[in-house]
Design a protein around this ligand. Structure first.
Ligand code: SME
Length: 175
């Protein structure tokens, strides 16, 4: 079976609309989360050719091996964002709650649009080419389970249309 994506020109909304049934088709009947995150990210990257698009997932914090057992236990119970499936340049692997755009989206449980990353206090620069960014939280059963992060090499690239559609896309994936 061919899995070719139909890439279209057109307005931003038209390009998102064209992707919805195609991503639904790719996810349909597939229970594996990694496969579904990979295909969602792949389809978005192919259609929009952003600098970076990917998921960070909420996971237990890594505990350094040198820690005292009691402290290690406390840190093990904490959570952080860990790099998941993505397309684009290599990126930082772990982000704490409240840090950077991703950690802020997690903490506030809301989508954050950053028109100019240099003007976002605490922005984490994984790539020096990134100029603007949008981060969408993935919420399941009233808990944030991850975020979808998209970076553009253009300033002011993301707007309400991206917010509306990217929120729709993350809702399609079963976590
Ligand atoms: N810029 C993000 C970090 C992740 S990279 O952009 C892939 C942030 O400030 O959280």
């Amino acid at each position: 079976m061919s899995e070719d994506l139909n890439i279209i020109a057109g307005t931003k909304a038209e390009r998102y609309e064209s992707l919805i049934p195609q991503i639904k088709g790719l996810l349909d009947g597939e229970p594996d989360l990694i496969a579904n995150l990979a295909n969602t990210v792949g389809a978005l990257k192919e259609q929009f050719d952003w600098l970076w698009v990917g998921f960070y997932l909420v996971k237990p914090s890594a505990k350094p091996s040198t820690e005292e057992p009691a402290f290690a236990k406390a840190t093990a119970e904490k959570e952080e964002l860990v790099l998941g499936l993505f397309q684009g340049p290599v990126a930082c692997t772990r982000i704490s709650k409240g840090k950077g755009v991703c950690g802020t989206s997690w903490e506030k449980a809301q989508t954050i649009i950053v028109p100019d990353v240099e003007k976002f206090p605490g922005h984490i620069a994984c790539s020096s080419l990134s100029r603007s960014e949008i981060v969408v939280p993935v919420i399941r059963n009233n808990k944030i389970v991850g975020v979808l992060d998209v970076d553009s090499s253009d300033l002011n690239h993301f707007d309400e249309t991206d917010k509306v559609y990217l929120e729709k896309f993350v809702a399609l994936i079963e976590f």
